[in-house]
Design a protein around this ligand. Structure first.
Ligand SMILES: [Zn+2]
Ligand SMILES: [Zn+2]
Length: 133
């Protein structure tokens, strides 16, 4: 079993305390304040280990570097094409169940069995639409 390093603990804590889905670079700049000796390579290595172990979510982006999320509860993402913000959309258990059923049906169209899914809706966020509600 791998040792749970201090750095790893800090990275996870930082990710869990925010909802902005930072990039490795953003995390690095942030954590450097607390741990001046930390290097970007350490951040990358720990993020990929945490991701492999299912402790965090990695969201790939067409337009920029990968984004990371400490929230592993079922939720879907919204990516704003205008400002680049990545927002969480939490689903009610009922909605999640309906979505899972639909996904199972889609996978079944090719006789596959769905075990997980990542949904990213893209579009224009509330702020960029200038809706103040
Ligand atoms: Zn936006
Ligand atoms: Zn998220």
């Amino acid at each position: 079993m791998k040792k749970f390093s201090k750095q790893r603990e800090l990275i996870l804590k930082n990710l869990n305390s925010r909802t902005d889905h930072p990039t490795a670079e953003t995390l690095y700049l942030d954590l450097k304040q607390q741990m001046p000796e930390i290097g970007i390579a350490t951040i990358y290595r720990n993020l990929s280990e945490l991701w492999e172990q299912g402790e965090i979510i990695k969201i790939k982006s067409k337009t920029g570097p990968d984004r990371f999320d400490g929230n592993t509860k079922p939720h879907i993402h919204f990516h704003c094409d205008n400002c680049g913000q990545l927002l969480d959309i939490s689903l009610q258990p009922k909605q999640m169940e309906e979505l899972d059923n639909e996904i199972a049906i889609f996978a079944n169209q090719i006789k596959a069995l769905a075990t997980s899914s990542e949904i990213i809706i893209t579009g224009i966020c509330k702020n960029c639409r200038k809706i103040n509600k």
